[in-house]
Write a new protein. Structure first.
Length: 253
């Protein structure tokens, strides 16, 4: 009985996938995004993975676009945008500043990032952005408060600087502008039944700067993404266990 219970708990499958992109050396841009389901919530972890410094706004990761297939007109519900554990923010010294507004131990940047569906950009129909790009407006932000002027989404405010970022080389377009180093986790609710990140997501594009004319990178599925392979079910595990017991009994006889 104990063995059956233990195997029953392992009958789930992971539903997560990571897409990544990077410029060939000596390029400074490198990014990844991980999609994972948590019940009816989609967790999107966006990361600027470059180990180089960022001195220009065009080296700050400001948006990710993706296509959801199989669910026409799907629009998810904005929940939260949180600075990931281990990441920090720079340059915002005037209140309001990021605080833990949802009690999960992570700083909240809802007012600086936006989500919108129904797009047709880079072959994608969904997008998350810290800047307008002539696509996102104030009604698309995750929630209040706006942490830094101008009203978001605008500029590169609270965009993602790389892991190697320091403020020492900032030029005029980046100097004094709040940025996050180097990951933000977005929570989007309202996933329909049967949604699978491995089957429904494609056309990933990482956008830098404040214009679609600035650098952008197409993402591909990372080879290290875990495969969504079902583990033994309760019934299958029971058959295997009972079969093993029958063999032992026949040998004793």
């Amino acid at each position: 009985m104990v063995a059956l219970v233990g195997l029953a708990r392992s009958g789930a499958k992971a539903d997560t996938i990571t897409f990544s992109a990077g410029e060939p050396a000596p390029g400074v841009r490198s990014a990844s995004v991980t999609f994972a389901t948590d019940g009816s919530t989609l967790r999107v972890t966006l990361t600027n993975e470059s180990l180089a410094d960022a001195n220009l706004p065009s080296e700050v990761l400001t948006a990710v676009f993706f296509k959801i297939s199989g669910f026409p007109s799907l629009s998810l519900t904005r929940q939260h945008a949180n600075i990931a554990s281990g990441s920090v923010y720079f340059n915002d010294t005037a209140p309001p500043v990021p605080t833990d507004t949802d009690g999960d131990g992570r700083l909240n940047v809802d007012g600086e990032w936006a989500y919108r569906s129904g797009l047709s950009t880079y072959g994608a129909n969904q997008g998350i952005s810290s800047t307008g790009l002539n696509l996102f407006g104030p009604n698309d932000v995750f929630g209040p408060p706006d942490l830094d002027w101008p009203n978001s989404p605008s500029g590169i405010n609270y965009g993602l600087a790389p892991a190697g970022y320091s403020t020492s080389g900032d030029n005029g377009g980046l100097s004094g502008t709040p940025v996050v180093k180097n990951s933000i986790v977005f929570s989007l609710g309202g996933l329909p039944s049967g949604f699978s990140v491995r089957q429904s997501l494609s056309n990933i594009t990482f956008q830098y700067g404040t214009s679609l004319a600035e650098p952008h990178l197409g993402g591909s599925a990372s080879p290290s993404s875990p495969s969504a392979v079902p583990l033994p079910s309760v019934a299958g595990a029971g058959v295997l266990l009972l079969g093993g017991l029958a063999v032992k009994r026949s040998r004793r006889r």
